[in-house]
Design a binder for this molecule. Structure first.
Ligand SMILES: [Zn+2]
Length: 448
């Protein structure tokens, strides 16, 4: 099997809270995209490996202005909401959902409509360096399966969920499942069809996707839990996103969202809970015990969460945690931007904002670092999804991006006499925009 290799400056975060900067590292991967070795100039076989790939014309060599990163992982994004990105974010969540989101999502049952927006969205995320995305689609099976075909065709690693929501009292009459039975048979057909679309490529994965507790009947949650156990597939949902969502579960069930998902077998090693703002100590214990993960969506939280997610604690307690854009509750389709937002959000949390208090406005020692945010955007995301991505090590898949600080319209400025490797990493996180991402690989295939 012929292998390829890439040679250049590398940043990645194999260990939480730390980063590695490898100078002139050579990363070799096979036809299936699996990394076979990572060698640096101090290793005895380095020269022979580089030379072999030069002779076989299988080596890509980066320039001094180019930096290789693991591909970015977006753990929470709503594909159909892309056309409304940037609209109505000064509204409360309930009004925003009913005025903008539900009317828009209901349009995707129309083939012309989805063909207009899904390819553009996937192109946009790839262009911003998102090599893996976990998508909420809509309640429509055909539209959600179309999204999977688009991701596969464009080469993006994607985990896709047809949204399940059957609670008629909580959903608009134009955007709700016809019955719980149909919701469950549609959810199962969707899983089977995505497995068929993927055709053993390992690129697109079905995700069981109850929207959130208020829009789902208990029968639906229990039925979806059975599907998850049968198909061993991923799960995504919203957990405790706001005061309203938390109180709804307490009032209707006298339970937390995590308790409800756990009881219905929806909480597994492959479950991603978006937001999870108000977790009890017992919730966190349960999440850790089953190995479920959390998608932290800092920008969206600033609009809709009513509070700050305790990210510092989640990291320190070794929960699986990564980052989500939450398009379009968060309007920016960039996980580098989500890193910046995570740091900013944690600093505001630490400092507090109430100027009527002379001191003790915030929660001390709760900030997170850029290096931690970078870990979440890459390796942390891969761990949360239980996929071998997000770090350059043998056995992992070669999902990668190149940031070229000298690219046309790049806003990243690196001064080699002033900037340490850590400085360069932080500047790239903060200042990288789409034009600076010069190439993107997924599974060893170049997709940008
Ligand atoms: Zn969401």
């Amino acid at each position: 099997m012929s292998k390829k290799a890439i040679l250049g400056h590398v940043f990645h975060a194999p260990v939480k809270g730390e980063f590695e900067h490898l100078v002139n590292a050579c990363i070799e991967f096979d036809e299936l995209g699996k990394i076979s070795q990572v060698v640096t100039p101090d290793q005895h076989d380095y020269q022979s490996i580089v030379q072999k790939h030069q002779e076989q014309n299988t080596l890509t060599t980066l320039s001094d202005s180019q930096y290789l990163f693991p591909g970015l992982v977006d753990l929470h994004t709503h594909a159909p909401q892309w056309p409304q990105s940037g609209k109505g974010l000064d509204l409360p969540l309930f009004d925003w959902l009913n005025q903008y989101t539900f009317p828009l999502e209901s349009k995707y049952k129309d083939a012309d409509f989805r063909e207009r927006f899904y390819p553009e969205l996937v192109d946009t995320l790839i262009a911003h360096g998102t090599t893996t995305a976990m998508y909420f689609a809509t309640i429509d099976n055909a539209a959600s399966e179309y999204l999977a075909k688009v991701c596969k065709q464009k080469g993006q690693r994607a985990l896709i969920g047809k949204v399940s929501m059957d609670e008629k009292s909580m959903c608009p009459d134009y955007y709700v499942e016809k019955s719980t039975e149909i919701a469950l048979s549609d959810a199962e057909a969707f899983i089977q069809n995505i497995i068929a679309i993927d055709d053993k490529n390992g690129l697109v994965h079905p995700v069981v996707t109850p929207r959130f507790v208020p829009t789902c009947s208990t029968e639906l949650l229990a039925g979806l839990g059975k599907l998850v156990q049968h198909y061993q597939c991923h799960v995504q949902t919203h957990a405790s996103e706001s005061d309203w969502a938390r109180d709804f579960s307490h009032e209707k069930y006298q339970k937390t969202d995590v308790e409800i998902y756990h009881e219905t077998q929806l909480l597994t090693r492959r479950t991603v809970l978006a937001h999870s703002i108000f977790l009890s100590e017992s919730d966190k214990h349960t999440i850790k015990e089953v190995g479920a993960g959390i998608a932290h969506c800092p920008l969206s939280n600033m609009y809709f969460a009513d509070a700050a997610f305790p990210l510092r604690e989640a990291i320190d307690q070794d929960l699986h945690v990564g980052l989500g854009s939450d398009l379009s509750g968060g309007p920016i389709p960039s996980i580098f931007h989500a890193c910046l937002d995570a740091v900013s959000h944690s600093r505001v949390r630490e400092a507090g904002t109430n100027t009527h208090l002379m001191q003790n406005r915030g929660e001390p020692n709760t900030r997170v670092s850029f290096v931690e945010a970078f870990w979440m955007a890459t390796h942390g995301g891969g761990l949360t999804l239980d996929l071998p991505i997000g770090v350059f090590q043998p056995g992992y898949l070669f999902d990668a991006i190149v940031v070229d600080t000298n690219a046309k319209h790049s806003q990243v400025r690196v001064y080699s006499d002033l900037d340490s490797p850590r400085d360069i990493l932080e500047k790239i996180i903060v200042h990288t925009t789409e034009p600076a991402i010069s190439s993107v690989w997924v599974n060893g295939n170049k997709v940008k």
